[in-house]
Write a protein that binds this ligand. Structure first.
Ligand code: SF4
Length: 469
């Protein structure tokens, strides 16, 4: 019988069917960061339990780490405590920690792939919602809570329900100036932020076939924003080429053996899906969010919709969005003034994102009224960018070039909005207060669009700036 990748990975990792209907699922790789792990390690200590598979557990620091300085101790005492905790916990429980001294520190969803830890057919768990990123490789990757972090540390297993599968087929080449970020924002706009509840999203079709691994990561990263438990792309030659030679990927003959197994984990032709959605990529334009969830998004040429344009069950949240964002319905989104531009995060802080943003940045200068920062996703991304001269391009245009971390995506560090500032952001969440100010406003868009907004001082169509319209 034809099977999907989800079916195959699930079967390969099932330890037991639990009476609750859940599966006891073995976790192939556990990624740990400083925010959701301290209590979990403490619970292990209280139970006198070791970490069962320290060699399948890898830690880094990303959320709280300042991006303007590498100095210790951190100015923020709570951040310093979390940093000291993860240093102590990883030392005590025998886990590798990629801190700044290692040269491999970065956002957990950036370093897993770039180190070659993220591989097809794996189950991956991490105490962070955007663990879905790793699905780009054909892994089944879940974000988990702190008590589940404890469970995985102690048993390498999760009790979890198997999701249904929605295949999302997108076909056609992306028009110039339209990026993977626009594709996933369009998908979430189309299916809604709850459209994926109970589902894994399997992304297929010629648009995804033609994407690089970094583009696929951007798409899978935001699966969770569409409500899906996880999202994945079937592994193919693009996946294998990306992984070949990565430091922690299999090497030599082991790599060829792994490729044969990885190929076998892809969904079979004729696999059954619980739902299928088909979309056309050829007519997409750059997408920008206007509201307080990533589904409240429109094309750059559109106007902010009126409440009456929404279904009855959406009106409360739409009214809430208007009240918070303070927009006038019917206003074009293009031309919306911005105060801050943020390029970075696990959605769009990779080298290809920075290259594209730099291509735009070199076309002008950041408006004096705008604070613009570029935060590489990892030390490796920063090294690559420096080798290509990208920090100089950004600095010459008036952007600040920062040290790697989550930065202003979640603002658990000194990078925060203040007051009612409006931020053009390449991150993944535009929830109320997400970027550090309880009244701050976030507009999600691609990194190239953020760079264009920084130069114009307002939301603008990057295609015009690139002379592509
Ligand atoms: S960049 Fe943002 S979404 Fe990604 S791991 Fe960090 S805080 Fe979470």
């Amino acid at each position: 019988m034809a099977k999907s990748l989800l079916d195959k990975v699930w079967e390969a990792h099932t330890v037991l069917q639990l009476p609750s209907g859940q599966t006891q699922l073995f976790v192939g790789l556990h990624l740990v960061h400083e925010v959701t792990s301290p209590q979990a390690f403490q619970m292990l200590r209280e139970l006198d339990l070791p970490v069962l598979f320290p060699d399948r557990t890898v830690a880094t620091v990303d959320h709280i780490i300042p991006t303007h300085t590498a100095a210790r101790p951190f100015e923020d005492e709570q951040a310093e405590t979390m940093m000291s905790e993860i240093e102590r916990n990883t030392r005590e429980f025998g886990i590798t920690l990629y801190d700044r001294a290692s040269g491999h520190q970065g956002i957990v969803h950036v370093i897993g792939p770039e180190m070659g830890l993220t591989q097809p057919g794996l189950t991956i768990a991490c105490g962070d919602s955007h663990t879905s990123t790793h699905g780009a490789f054909g892994a089944i990757a879940f974000g988990i809570g702190t008590s589940q972090v404890r469970d995985v540390l102690a048993s390498q297993c999760l009790a979890i329900e198997k999701p249904r599968i929605r295949r999302i087929e997108v076909d056609g080449a992306l028009p110039p100036g339209v990026y993977a970020k626009d594709v996933i924002l369009h998908i979430i706009r189309t299916l809604g932020v709850k459209g994926g509840v109970g589902y894994a999203y399997e992304y297929g079709g010629s648009t995804f076939d033609g994407m690089t691994m970094e583009e696929r990561m951007t798409v899978c990263n935001m699966s969770i924003e569409g409500g899906a438990r996880c999202g994945y792309v079937n592994p193919d030659q693009t996946t294998f080429d990306y992984l070949r030679g990565r430091p922690l990927a299999p090497q030599g003959a082991d790599f060829e053996r792994a490729v044969a197994w990885w190929k076998g984990m892809a969904s079979d032709p004729g696999a059954a899906y619980d739902a299928v959605t088909r979309l056309d990529a050829t007519r997409l334009t750059p997408v920008v969010t206007w509201g307080i969830n990533p589904g409240q998004a429109i094309g750059i040429g559109e106007r902010i919709p009126a409440v009456g344009e929404f279904a009855d069950d959406e009106r409360d949240v739409v009214e809430d969005a208007y009240a918070y964002m303070d927009w006038t319905p019917g206003t074009p989104i293009a031309g919306t003034r911005i105060d801050v531009a943020f390029i970075g995060s696990c959605t769009n802080g990779r080298i290809s994102d920075l290259r594209e943003a730099a291509r735009v940045a070199q076309l002008g200068r950041v408006r004096p009224s705008v604070k613009a920062i570029v935060v590489p996703g990892s030390q490796e991304v920063a090294r690559q960018a420096e080798a290509e001269g990208l920090p100089d391009v950004f600095r010459a245009a008036g952007f600040e070039w920062r040290l790697p971390g989550c930065s202003m995506c979640l603002a658990m560090n000194p990078d925060k909005l203040s007051g009612r500032q409006i931020c053009a952001s390449s991150s993944n969440r535009n929830f109320k207060g997400r970027q550090g100010s309880p009244s701050g406003r976030t507009l999600l868009m691609s990194p190239a669009m953020v760079a264009a907004a920084a130069i114009e001082g307002a939301v603008t169509d990057v295609r015009a700036l690139l002379g592509r319209t």
